[in-house]
Ligand binder design. Structure first.
Ligand SMILES: [Zn+2]
Length: 417
């Protein structure tokens, strides 16, 4: 019997429905454990049951949608993404991988493949000041007391927000104090479908990205201290202007990214100056600087160059510079063997594809770092727009990647059986 849980229409309809679970305002705002997130979570559970699947929550609200015959502890091929969004984000980030996984799990169950959909509760770090807590819980790496006292912008504690979601049926009972979140299933392999969130596929006319690496990043907070002086009476050659020095560092950062070239990027993402008045030469300034690259040595070189240039600019301008290197993330290689197999399959199916790196972090990083053979597939993003209400991937493109994933997962099911 042929089944048709996964169709272009079912994919589009369910994505439309999921997008309705959002706080009011432009785009989608669905923050972990908030009322819209809970409503979406309960809706997904109902949808899964209607497709013949069971829905099993873990203790922090990650969700598995799976063949009811699969018992907790089973080894499964895991396919999924995240349910939360950024504030005023788009309709596809996380949502696409979630809905595709739901339909793939239903479709492949009918074909006897041990594929289970996972939906992580949180990936974006958009409500509480920590990201990737969902997948860390899913992989048994998170002790809930680590996060319990983190607070959102309204002062709500993480533990209280989770408990309220739990009471609505969106999470299982808490583990004993000090214990990690128990795993529901163990992944033998893992796949995440996601929109690219960048312009590369669209500009090349490619329909599929086979992602073999996730870029690492380093972040540096710079504080510059000069001298606040009267802007009317201090001659130009007697100034130690912290903001002018910061501006030069911003441009040096941009130049570093341009010189390094893809997949390297460098960004000054934040700047502030004090006292911030018309008539005072700024005495202090602060910058948030970030570099990303898929190659560890190149990433280190970018960070060193950035630091050298910032120091040279500050010293030439007589401004004191303090650099605080923040915790970064190493580049994460995904499974080269799975990427090779996906490439060969895409070529065989005549799907225009590109093998590529992801500049953004994803749940898949945590699986790969845990030793699970992992892969991501990207769809083109219109104009590369993401984390914005205008985020768009054509229904046809969403379908091409999901149908490709179905074939890939079937092949995986044969080789891990
Ligand atoms: Zn995402």
């Amino acid at each position: 019997m042929t089944t048709s849980f996964l169709t272009l229409e079912s994919l589009s309809e369910k994505l439309d429905q999921l997008a309705t679970f959002s706080a009011p305002g432009p785009g989608v705002t669905r923050l972990v454990y908030d009322e819209h997130w809970c409503a979406a979570h309960l809706w997904l559970q109902r949808e899964a049951r209607a497709l013949g699947l069971a829905a099993t929550c873990d203790a922090i609200g990650n969700l598995w949608l799976h063949d009811p015959a699969l018992q907790p502890g089973a080894r499964v091929i895991a396919v999924g993404s995240h349910l939360d969004s950024v504030t005023r984000g788009g309709r596809f980030d996380g949502a696409y991988g979630t809905i595709a996984a739901l339909l793939l799990a239903a479709e492949l169950r009918a074909q006897g493949a041990p594929v289970a959909a996972f939906v992580t509760c949180e990936e974006e770090g958009s409500r509480f000041p920590m990201a990737l807590t969902g997948v860390r819980g899913l992989l048994g790496q998170l002790v809930p007391s680590e996060c319990a006292d983190k607070r959102d912008a309204n002062g709500v504690r993480w533990a209280d927000a989770l408990q309220a979601a739990r009471e609505k049926g969106c999470a299982a009972a808490a583990p004993p104090d000090g214990s990690p979140v128990p795993r529901v299933f163990t992944a033998s392999r893992q796949l995440e479908l996601h929109i690219e969130q960048g312009p590369v596929l669209e500009s090349m006319g490619a329909k599929l990205g086979v992602v073999d690496t996730i870029a690492g990043y380093r972040r540096v907070r710079a504080r510059l201290t000069g001298e606040a002086r009267h802007a009317g009476t201090t001659p130009m050659d007697r100034r130690r202007d912290a903001l002018a020095a910061a501006a030069e560092i911003v441009l040096a950062t941009e130049a570093l990214g341009i010189e390094t070239g893809a997949p390297g990027v460098a960004t000054a993402g934040g700047a502030s100056a004090e006292p911030g008045l018309y008539n005072v030469v700024p005495g202090a300034a602060a910058l948030l600087l970030e570099v990303r690259h898929t190659d560890a040595a190149s990433l280190s070189r970018m960070e060193e160059t950035l630091v050298e240039r910032a120091r040279a600019i500050a010293s030439r301008r007589g401004v004191a510079l303090e650099l605080e290197v923040q915790a970064g993330e190493a580049a994460t290689p995904l499974s080269a063997a799975l990427a090779d197999e996906a490439e060969a399959m895409a070529a065989g199916m005549a799907i225009p594809y590109r093998r590529m790196a992801s500049g953004a972090g994803h749940d898949t990083m945590a699986f790969a770092q845990d030793g699970v053979p992992a892969l991501m597939l990207f769809t083109p993003s219109r104009l590369g727009i993401s984390h914005h209400p205008d985020e768009l991937t054509k229904a046809r493109d969403l379908w091409v990647a999901a149908a490709f994933a179905r074939e890939l997962l079937l092949a995986w099911a044969k080789s891990v059986a």
